[in-house]
Design a protein around this ligand. Structure first.
Ligand SMILES: Nc1ncnc2c1ncn2[C@@H]1O[C@H](COP(=O)(O)OP(=O)(O)OP(=O)(O)O)[C@@H](O)[C@H]1O
Ligand SMILES: [Mg+2]
Length: 413
């Protein structure tokens, strides 16, 4: 018999389950049922993650069905058995909540054993069927590692969070459930503000306990954004930053890369141990600078340091943000100082400034804005939009104006 967890305050029911299985089955502490799978795992502390959860409906019908329904939706590896004497009345609601079996609270040991066997089979079957590129493990992990994209800059206020949030939202919209955004500015991160989220759990909760040991549990602690993006929000308070160890962070990022196609990391304006740990796992480095001399020189120093540390990345994307034609600096000045080409220039835009105050990233909608247009190009570097078939009439128009048009566009990214 696999791991079972009892959520019942009734001692006689616990004793019968224990007698039926011959095991010391763990039970949740007495009190109200947890409101979510994440709360359930928190109450479980260091205990094993269950494959079958038995919920006593006498603790509250609504709470029991709600918990069953959320376990069904969020934890594919867990089957729920409802202990209830109102099977006829609640059957339909229980089925809708994904309950795999209902046992009477008066059931004898044989009936309990059979119900647990059926639940066990149900749990195994559910983990074998999975969408798309999932394999058949109980966590539904992807078989290939996702791309880790880190957004860095030595300076504050240059647009790291704006760029990371928009890139992540753009990728999530292009490919639903593909992307997780991690706020690695552990002291003053503001990803949740940029996305208008009020997270129940933060990075502090996912680097410890059951979430750190089991990726199915981990997913129940993550925050969902309306765009389809998943988010690991920064700590509620700067003092909690110390609760995130570097090794634990590495483990978290590795797990996320196994679960998601894209892991986008927003960073603090400094090369901290945490940022270095993230860079060790990074495939794509997005280097951001504002269009001013201190910003560009700072970025050059950061690039030199990363090179001296022997850090190599599969791809680098240099982004100049807050570009202003009257700044006295040109794109070639920036390239000369950096000693490398600039991949994207984002103009200073009113829309970008307003969007962070409203908590709605530009790429959450199809807004027309000069910065949004460039941010879409950044998304395209990772998840190219499908090419539209050119219409014949457009092609003709293109050949009439094409020469000048193309010249203007060249290098204007
Ligand atoms: N292209 C842009 N046009 C106008 N405003 C922008 C643009 N990019 C960013 N901003 C604004 O600049 C401010 C700083 O941006 P953001 O928070 O993204 O920077 P950051 O590098 O993450 O800062 P920190 O290092 O402090 O976390 C925000 O108010 C944001 O709205
Ligand atoms: Mg920031």
């Amino acid at each position: 018999m696999n791991n079972i967890l009892l959520a019942t305050d009734f001692v006689d029911l616990r004793d019968r389950f224990r007698a039926a299985t011959g095991q010391a089955i763990p039970a949740l502490p007495p009190g109200p049922l947890p409101a979510s799978p994440a709360q359930l795992f928190q109450q479980l502390g260091g205990g094993d993650v269950p494959e079958v959860v038995v919920i006593d409906e006498r603790s509250g019908t609504e709470a029991a069905l709600e918990l069953a329904s959320r376990l069904n939706a969020e934890c594919p590896g867990i089957a729920v058995v409802l202990a209830s004497d109102r099977a006829a009345e609640l059957g339909l609601a229980a089925m809708r909540a994904g309950v795999s079996d209902i046992v009477s609270t008066e059931s004898d040991e044989d009936e309990i054993r059979h119900a647990l066997d059926r639940a066990d089979r149900a749990a195994r079957q559910r983990t074998r069927v999975g969408p798309g590129d999932r394999d058949d493990s109980r966590t539904g992990s992807r078989s290939t590692r996702g791309r880790v994209i880190s957004v860095v800059s030595p300076k504050g206020g240059v647009g790291k969070t704006t760029i990371a949030a928009n890139l992540a939202v753009g990728l999530a919209r292009a490919e639903p459930h593909s992307t997780v955004l991690v706020d690695l500015d552990l002291q003053f991160g503001d990803v949740s503000t940029a996305l208008n989220l009020a997270p129940e759990h933060t990075i502090v909760d996912v680097v410890q306990g059951a979430a750190a040991r089991d990726s199915m549990v981990l997913k129940t602690f993550l925050t969902q954004h309306e765009s389809g993006l998943t988010v690991v929000c920064g700590p509620h308070s700067p003092v909690e930053a110390d609760l995130v160890g570097v090794d634990e962070l590495t483990h978290l990022l590795q797990t996320l890369a196994a679960e998601f196609r894209f892991v986008v990391i927003d960073t603090a304006p400094a090369i901290t141990d945490h940022v270095l740990a993230a860079l060790d796992l990074t495939n794509d480095l997005v280097l951001v600078t504002s269009m001013d001399v201190p910003g560009v020189r700072g970025l050059r120093k950061e690039m030199d340091i990363l090179r001296d540390l022997g850090m190599a990345f599969e791809r680098r994307h240099v982004v100049v943000n807050l570009a202003d034609p009257h700044s006295g600096l040109t794109r070639s000045d920036v390239e000369a100082t950096l000693g490398t080409g600039v991949d994207l220039v984002l103009p200073r835009s009113r829309g970008a400034a307003v969007s962070i105050n409203q908590g709605v990233p530009l790429l959450q909608s199809d807004v027309r804005d000069p910065a949004a247009k460039k941010l879409r190009r950044l998304v395209d570097r990772f998840a190219p939009a499908p090419k539209k078939e050119p219409r014949p009439s457009r092609e003709k128009a293109g050949s009439r104006f094409g020469g000048r048009h193309r010249l203007q566009r060249k290098g204007a990214q």
